[in-house]
Design a protein around this ligand. Structure first.
Ligand code: KG4
Ligand code: ZN
Length: 353
């Protein structure tokens, strides 16, 4: 089946063509247009994002079709993100996809954005398939899942406040680093000197204690807002005496990243052990963080589990993962009606009780 994927949930306008069946499907084209305009505001401005999608979506789709060397008539189905995300931004993609599906007389399927992230690694690595433990870490969500099969998910833990990517973005902002904060913090944290000096700023690992047991509400959940506040106080303590030097900023960035990574790694390792999984799949923008992937691979390696992370291009928002998740549902006979709507929040389909 040849599926056109459409993604407009946040600040990336993306279209992709995916062809084939199930785990053998391959990406024929992928176009991602990142909206740079938000940088000057230090975060995504929803109204601007929606308008930018309106301008960009048609040419982005045309380019994806051109790159795949197919015409509109060759599209057999359309998969579109219909939540969760910025509702105005989502509506641009959903309205476009519905109109195109109607005009072409092909089926349309609404896709949950986070389920899309779950499929990203499998598009590049054949073994990144269920059963596995999944850690999805993006700008809006932090989810720990046990994935028994595609479409059969158990939600183990989530963030109680800030998402992992959001924590990176907020900490970057308070340290005077640019948006998006993740790549900026990662760059700072890996500079020479950051490691040694980070010891002066060791932050407590949020919601991570040895006495937690499976079944405890906080065994798998995470929380990053306290960590963000701890970073703020550390930075203020320094700047009350002297201006923040480049080295101190790098050290604080490193100490923050270490605390966040250790928390995510340990919670994931708990899930690997409880469900006896041999694979761990990462997804979402923060999965592009090399220090996180390396720490995860080391810890899970001790538990005989292999870690799969998508490339940066597929870790962040893209339409190929949406097309892949959509293909799964289409192949199971699912179709969305033409009154498909967009939702700011939406439960992941296939969750076990
Ligand atoms: O998945 P994504 O592209 O969009 C959402 O669905 O939210 O994730 C974007 C988030 C941003 O918060 C960004 O700062 C973070 O992913 N991010 C990173 C890295 N690259 C992107 N965080 C840590 N390290 C990175 N290298
Ligand atoms: Zn995302």
């Amino acid at each position: 089946m040849r599926v056109l994927g459409v993604e407009t949930s946040c600040d990336e306008t993306s279209a992709a063509v995916l062809a084939g069946h199930g785990d053998d499907a391959t990406i024929r084209s992928l176009v991602i247009l990142s909206q740079d305009v938000h940088r000057i505001f230090g975060g995504v401005v929803p109204e601007i994002a929606s308008r930018a999608h309106v301008t960009a979506l048609v040419p982005v789709v045309e380019r994806a079709l051109g790159d795949a060397q197919i015409s509109r008539q060759d599209i057999e189905a359309i998969a579109v993100t219909n939540g969760p995300g910025l509702v105005g931004a989502l509506l641009v993609g959903v309205s476009f996809a519905k109109a195109l599906a109607y005009a072409l007389g092909v089926p349309i399927i609404g896709v949950h954005h986070m389920e899309g992230h779950l499929f990203a690694a499998a598009l590049e690595q054949r073994d990144a398939v269920p059963p596995f433990t999944a850690l999805l870490v993006s700008g809006g969500h932090t989810l720990l899942l046990d994935v028994e099969a595609w479409g059969r998910y158990r939600l183990l833990g989530r963030t109680r406040d800030d998402a992992a990517g959001e924590a990176f973005d907020k900490v970057a902002k308070l340290l005077g680093l640019p948006y998006p904060g993740g790549p900026a913090i990662e760059r700072e944290a890996s500079t020479n000197g950051a490691v040694t000096d980070a010891k002066a700023f060791r932050f407590a690992r949020p919601m991570l204690r040895r006495d937690q047991r499976p079944g405890d509400a906080d065994y798998y959940d995470v929380s990053f807002s306290g960590l963000k506040t701890a970073v703020l106080h550390a930075a203020r303590d320094v700047t009350s005496a002297t201006p923040l030097t480049t080295l101190t900023r790098a050290a604080i960035a490193r100490a923050f990243q270490d605390a966040l990574i250790e928390t995510l790694v340990e919670k994931t390792a708990r899930a690997v052990q409880q469900f006896k999984r041999r694979r761990v799949v990462l997804g979402g923008g923060v999965a592009g963080n090399r220090a996180l992937v390396a720490a995860m691979a080391e810890r899970c390696g001790q538990l005989d589990a292999r870690v799969f992370a998508p490339s940066t291009r597929l870790a962040t928002d893209n339409a190929a993962m949406i097309a892949r998740a959509g293909l799964f549902h289409l192949e199971h006979g699912e179709r969305s009606p033409l009154d498909l709507n967009a939702f700011a929040s939406l439960p992941i389909p296939g969750l076990a009780d």
